[in-house]
Design a protein around this ligand. Structure first.
Ligand code: ATP
Ligand code: MG
Length: 414
């Protein structure tokens, strides 16, 4: 918000007072023009990093190799990067060297897309040598220069193009689409974490806007490891895009839904998220939502409802309903019927959490003389299943009796 701009303004003022040219650049300028609140505003300057460090003794050299230092201001870290052009690229990844330049235009020329290649002076004069404003007004993602060449330099830019289009609800320029179709295979040379980062932002955006291109260029097949073929890929992507309009903006949720729609097995979905080097939490959530999709609210028995609700947990139950409604493409009537069934199931839900047994589980086990150890885990599962299936009521006596009965049966088996 405005605090970010206030902090950045202070930094520009100090640099200008020291005699250095300094401007706002990149995403911050783009977002300001779009009327979107900026998370951060980057500053570019003609001053070399050492000179920036001199103006701000408190500066932190956060990315000195790339000419970036961070200046703490009003609790915000303002990034200042020296104007640079980028030297030769190797293996379609990062520039092999960084060269500084005193010319702002060269710095803007190395940036990926025209809407990201605008600068603004302290007096809010726009510096826009590549027609970024025009593309911003037209809602277009266009490369700075020849997209084929820019994507050959850095294949991540292809994923960024798709992400920006989704995030801003913009169109990809036809030249970008063309290059994407030819070169998307090069994305495999990019560090998978970086692709995942873009992916997670893409899927919480306007997926519908890019669903077609995602599938048509082959990215979706490669990324999900599901060789579904072009036609089927396009079809699934379209359905997924439409479903996303009704889905919460949750990256794991939307990813899980996609994997389910593509016909992934649980094993495949787990292997894929692991291969993306996603966090444990993200991996787990994707699987949770993949699983949630299997549920059919109009056919489910009370026990199915109970298990499904338990699996999701109280906080996510409502979201779960929205997911199945969206993936099954429910119309108004089915939506109402499923909501009603949901309401009833929620009301009747015998158990939401393992901590919600009417008597503390340990107390129950001690009373039934079950020794601590692996048997407790088994007992807990049995008790939970019985509760969810409606075979036992969640009150202290019923639970105690059930467990005593269970352990007798268990001992007989041994
Ligand atoms: P946001 O902060 O919302 O992600 P952003 O545009 O600031 O948007 P960053 O990843 O922070 O995105 O990058 C800052 C700027 O650096 C971009 O606006 C763009 O000008 C440039 N940039 C980032 N990545 C690349 C890249 N791979 N190739 C060329 N320029 C890039
Ligand atoms: Mg940024």
């Amino acid at each position: 918000g405005i605090r970010v701009w206030r902090a950045a303004e202070e930094v520009i003022a100090a640099l200008t007072d020291a005699g250095w040219e300094a401007v706002y650049v990149g995403g911050g300028v783009r977002d300001l023009l779009l009327g979107r609140g900026a998370k951060d505003v980057d500053i570019a300057t003609a001053a070399p990093p050492e000179a920036v460090m001199k103006v701000f003794p408190e500066a932190v050299p956060t990315g000195l190799a790339f000419g970036t230092v961070t200046i703490p201001r009003q609790g915000i870290g303002v990034e200042v990067t020296t104007y640079r052009r980028e030297g030769g690229y190797r293996d379609r990844r990062r520039p092999s060297q960084v060269e500084y330049t005193p010319k702002l235009e060269e710095d803007l020329g190395r940036r990926d897309f025209t809407i990201n290649a605008m600068a603004m002076s302290r007096g809010f004069r726009l510096i826009d040598p590549f027609g970024g404003l025009e593309d911003l007004l037209a809602g277009q993602i266009r490369a700075v220069g020849d997209p084929a060449q820019r994507f050959a330099e850095d294949a991540l830019r292809m994923v960024r193009a798709l992400r920006l289009a989704a995030e801003l609800s913009f169109d990809l320029d036809p030249s970008v689409v063309l290059a994407l179709n030819k070169q998307v295979k090069d994305v495999r040379y990019v560090a998978v974490e970086r692709v995942l980062g873009e992916w997670r932002r893409l899927v919480v955006g306007d997926v519908d806007k890019v669903a077609r291109e995602l599938a048509a260029c082959g990215f979706l097949e490669w990324w999900t490891g599901m060789p579904v073929g072009r036609d089927r890929g396009l079809q699934v992507a379209a359905v997924w895009g439409r479903a996303c309009r009704r889905l919460p903006r949750d990256s794991a949720l939307r990813t899980g839904v996609l994997l389910w729609m593509l016909g992934c097995t649980r094993q495949h979905a787990a292997a894929m998220t692991k291969a993306w080097r996603a966090s444990r939490l993200f991996q787990r959530d994707v699987i949770t939502w993949w699983e949630a999709c299997h549920f059919d609210p109009l056919r489910a028995e009370p026990g199915d409802w109970a298990r499904w609700l338990y699996h999701l947990g109280r906080e996510r139950a409502e979201m779960g309903l929205r997911v199945v409604q969206a993936v099954r493409g429910y119309g108004e009537e089915e939506e109402m019927a499923s909501r009603e069934a949901f309401r009833r199931a929620v009301e009747a839900q015998p158990l939401w959490d393992r901590r919600d047994f009417a008597t503390e589980f340990e107390t129950l086990c001690r009373a039934a003389h079950i020794p601590p150890g692996p048997l407790w885990g088994e007992a807990e599962r049995a008790l939970r299943e019985a509760l969810l299936n409606g075979q036992v009521a969640n009150d202290p006596r019923a639970l105690g009796e059930y467990l005593a009965h269970w352990v007798r049966g268990r001992r007989k088996m041994e």
